[in-house]
Ligand binder design. Structure first.
Ligand code: ADP
Ligand code: ZN
Length: 357
C-alpha cells in the first residue's frame, strides 16, 4: 500500500492507494457512521460494507448530481439522527464522491467525511483535491465547496467490475496527469499500456499513485484554483465542448481535447512535433479517440459559451514538452485557423489511407 498526504486549509487528507476495502482503517469507532453510495455499488459491494448506522443510496448518472439529491440526503441524515459527531463515508464513482463531499461539508455546517472512490476516474481525480459540488440549471459543478476528506481509500480491485470503456476513460485522465507534470510516468505508461489496460494490480497501483501525486502536488500548491491548479484543465477546454456536443464519455472527450491542445501547442511553435506524436501514439494504444470532430465550427460555438471564456480570448493550457505546461490566452479566431491549418494527425492520415484501399 502507498500513502500520500494533502495539506488543506481545512485539514489534511490521507490518500491510501492499494489498501484493501475490507481492512478499512481510519473509519472512526462509534455509532454515528453513515455511508453514501449509489444503487450499482450497493448491489455489487453492499455486502462488504462496514457496519454503520445507516446506508443512504442515490441513483446513478449525471442527472442525480443536483441540490434535490442533496436535500434527500439531508432528510435521511436528520431521520437517522445524524448530529455533529456524524461521519459520512462516500463509496462510489465521481458523482457519489462529489455529492458526499458537498453534503458532508454543508450538513450542520460540516461533518467529518471520507471517500472510497470505485472508478479509476474518481481514484485519480474526483476524490483528490477537496473540490465537491453539484450541477445547477444545466451548469456543471455550479454549487459546491472546498473541503478535504479525512482519508481517501483507493482499492484497485474495485476496477475489475468497471466496464472497459470507463476504465479507458480513467486512463485518458491518467495520461493527462503524466503529460502535464511527470515525464517518467509518461514513459512508464508507454512501456506498460498493455498491463494498464488489463488492470494489472502492481502496474495500476503505481500509476494511480503517480497520478494522485501529480494532482495532490498541484492542489498542495494551490488549493483553490487560482494559478497552478489550472494546468489540470489540460485537454478540458475543448474536451468539455466535445463532451457537450457529442455526448462521448468524459475521458474520451479529454483524449480528443488533449490532442487538440497539443496540436495547438505545435502550431504555436511551443511543442516539438515528436512530443505530439508520442502523446497521440499512447492514446491510440489505450484505445482512446484522437480525431478532432469534423465540425469544428459547432465545437467552437460551444466553446464560446464555456464559462472560462474572457472576452474573445480563451485561456488554454498548452505544452512546452511532455511534463511542462504553459498557459496562454488565445483569440478564438486564431484557434480555429491554427487547428485547421495544422497538418492532419497520424490517425486521420491512417483513416484516409484506409478509405482509399
Ligand atoms: P465517474 O465520474 O468517476 O466515472 P460515476 O459516478 O459517474 O463515476 O459512475 C459511473 C458509473 O459506474 C455509475 O453508474 C456507477 O454506479 C458505476 N460504477 C462505479 N464504480 C463501479 C465499479 N467499481 N464497478 C462497476 N460499476 C461502477
Ligand atoms: Zn477530467
Amino acid at each position: 500500500m502507498k500513502t500520500y498526504r494533502i495539506l488543506g486549509k481545512n485539514g489534511d487528507s490521507i490518500i491510501q492507494i492499494g489498501a484493501g476495502f475490507d481492512n478499512l482503517s481510519g473509519f472512526p469507532g462509534g455509532t454515528k457512521n453513515f455511508i453514501l453510495t449509489d444503487h450499482n455499488i450497493d448491489r455489487l459491494y453492499g455486502r462488504r460494507f462496514p457496519q454503520v448506522a445507516g446506508v443512504i443510496t442515490i441513483g446513478t448518472g449525471e442527472a442525480v448530481k443536483t441540490l434535490e439529491t442533496v436535500r434527500g440526503i439531508y432528510e435521511k441524515l436528520i431521520a437517522l439522527e445524524a448530529d455533529r459527531s456524524a461521519f459520512l463515508l462516500g463509496i462510489g464513482g465521481g458523482i457519489v464522491c462529489d455529492i458526499a463531499g458537498f453534503a458532508a461539508a454543508t450538513y450542520l455546517r460540516g461533518i467529518r467525511f471520507a471517500l472510497v472512490p470505485t472508478t479509476l476516474l474518481a481514484q485519480i481525480d474526483a476524490a483528490i483535491g477537496g473540490k465537491n459540488g453539484v450541477n445547477f440549471h444545466g451548469f456543471k459543478n455550479m454549487v459546491g465547496t472546498f473541503r478535504q476528506p479525512e482519508f481517501v481509500l483507493s482499492d484497485i480491485a474495485f476496477l475489475k467490475t468497471l466496464p472497459g470503456r470507463e476504465v479507458r476513460s480513467g486512463l485518458a485522465e491518467m495520461v493527462k496527469h503524466a503529460v502535464i507534470a511527470d515525464p517518467a510516468m509518461f514513459s512508464f505508461l508507454e512501456k506498460n499500456w498493455r498491463a494498464a489496460l488489463a488492470l494489472d494490480p502492481e502496474v495500476m497501483e503505481k500509476l494511480v499513485h503517480d497520478a494522485v501525486v501529480v494532482k495532490a502536488d498541484v492542489v498542495n500548491l494551490d488549493e483553490t484554483e487560482t494559478g497552478e491548479r489550472r494546468k489540470l484543465n489540460f485537454g478540458h477546454t475543448l474536451g468539455h465542448a466535445v463532451e457537450k456536443t457529442t455526448g462521448v464519455p468524459h475521458g474520451e472527450a479529454v483524449s480528443i481535447g488533449m490532442i487538440a491542445a497539443s496540436r495547438l501547442s505545435v502550431g504555436l511553435g511551443l511543442l516539438p512535433p515528436a512530443d505530439l506524436e508520442r502523446i497521440e501514439a499512447l492514446l491510440i494504444k489505450l484505445e482512446l479517440p484522437v480525431r478532432l470532430p469534423s465540425n469544428l465550427e459547432k465545437l467552437l460555438q460551444a466553446l464560446k459559451k464555456d464559462k472560462k471564456r474572457e472576452g474573445e480570448m480563451i485561456r488554454f493550457v498548452l505544452l512546452k514538452r511532455i511534463g511542462e505546461t504553459v498557459i496562454e490566452e488565445i483569440p478564438i479566431e486564431k484557434l480555429q485557423s491554427t487547428i485547421e491549418g495544422l497538418p492532419p494527425s497520424r490517425e486521420s492520415l491512417k483513416n484516409r489511407a484506409e478509405s482509399r484501399t
